[in-house]
Design a protein around this ligand. Sequence first.
Ligand code: SIN
Ligand code: CO
Length: 410
Amino acid sequence: MTSFYLSKPYEPPQAPANLALGEPWALFGSISPDQFMARYWHKKPLLIRGAIPAFTLSTQDGALLDSPISAKELLKFALQDEVEARLVKSNPWSFDNGPFSKRAIPSINKPDWTLLLQGMEAHHPAAAKILSWFRFIPDARLDDLMISIAGIGGGVGPHFDSYDVFLIQMSGRRQWKISEQKDLSLNPNLPLKILRNFKPEQEWVLEPGDMLYLPPHVAHDGIALDGGCQTWSVGFRSPSFKELLQEGLWRLAESLENIPALESKFADPQQGATHNAEQLPEELIKQLGSKLKELKLDQIDGFLPGITAYLSEPKQQALFDAPDRPLKPNAFLKKLGANRLLPHLQTRILSLGKQVYCNGESMTQGQATDILSAWQSISAHKELRVGRLKQPDQSSLYEAYLAGWLVFEH
Ligand code: SIN
Ligand code: CO
């Protein structure tokens, strides 16, 4: 549908800061983020026609809009090592991981294939801007923005995900069928996770600008109705308690390294003579119990720094390059006074109260108050506007700049 008309790329705006959460947002048609979260989030599917009104308006005034990223530009990402890409063919079903050679990717005019590009917010600013609209949901829940591009008939088959997902139609049309069926058994004979008995309950054709929200475990099947069909999926992760507790406990154990008093040895001058020599001494159990209490190891607060650090880890394939010609501390300070400092697109930042964690590490512990508030601003607003700082060479801010985790706006 797109190739017959002259079209121009949609340029998604950055979400303004502090948009009212109780007012209707175009993204949700006539409801507010507050209402969306209360009625639908993690509960039931929602179809929103014209979630991006610019597309609807463009069909009315004749200046058609298309995806911010052209098919040609998108397909090139599948050739790169640093982009996680998968190719699914549906007739018969086959599956391959990237990076791909140019020849391995079917032409847009060929049917029954789809290419999935993961983590696109790190590779294209338009994808990062689309994500900025979803910051009414905690950053800790965000996984990434995946873009699929397909030939007519292409799709990944009927399946379910364990994640919440917003499926935004960006180019061409896609037919979505969904079902809240209980039977989620998979077909054992296929190379992909495809449901054995998919029984669609609802179906829609999504046009560019429409969006479908699905909570975890709702069965769905999306089939491209046009060559070059693009769906942008904003996906949210939900770690298991096992993962959270294991990661938290592991980091908590590591943090004990920094407490010299723990080198002192268990002493048992009160130990009496015993007939049960095989038993772990009562005295040891008692003293260990009071150590756990004293160190607050039996309280949730002790786990949270480790868990926040863990959840702020970047994706496995994230790569950070140090700046080509790094500024010396004073030049860094001067530039901070005039330019915005931004997280690199692959950087993850999370806060726990006033403490800030970036790419798996604490950035604020033991730092001066001006550095602390600089990090708090970067964490909350994803930018630091014109900072006035002292002693940048000893700060975690300067170190994060040297590591390529923070970059100056061009
Ligand atoms: C797609 O974009 O084709 C697949 C997205 C999904 O079903 O999760
Ligand atoms: Co899915």
